[in-house]
Design a protein. Structure first.
Length: 133
């Protein structure tokens, strides 16, 4: 029951994010007199956002952490460190590689429809999470 409820909350959040991203993609963007889009300035946010999207709590570790507390501080810290390293390292590596790879892609159709495709994907994942398909 709790997993279904959690899935519904996550589903609604993903659907809302997808709809908001689609709406943002429909806003007019600044153009130069030549008609070319003005590129957005590079910011730290472009590199932080993928990490924030990827970082999600994993409830499977909670019983292990609670069980390790009974054994003392050292087993607790080791369990926490192992989980942190095993979660954070792949997130960081895959996020950096994906971000670097994304900057290498130069497909005009993807530039035009990237926000819409991302919004559709987020909304689809949200629907799957909401209905627990």
């Amino acid at each position: 029951w709790a997993a279904l409820r959690e899935g519904r909350v996550i589903g609604v959040m993903l659907i809302a994010t997808g709809v908001a991203l689609y709406a943002y993609g429909r806003l007019p963007h600044r153009r130069r007199p030549s008609g070319a889009l003005v590129p957005h300035p590079r910011s730290l946010g472009q590199f932080i956002v993928p990490f924030g999207v990827a970082a999600s709590p994993n409830l499977a570790i909670v019983p292990i952490i609670l069980a390790s507390v009974v054994l003392g501080w050292m087993p607790f810290l080791l369990a926490l460190l192992a989980f942190t390293a095993g979660t954070l390292v792949p997130f960081l590596v895959l996020s950096v590689l994906g971000t670097m790879g994304g900057y290498l892609v130069d497909w005009p159709w993807l530039e035009r429809s990237g926000d819409s495709l991302s919004a559709a994907l987020l909304t689809a994942i949200g629907i799957v999470a909401f209905f627990a398909l």
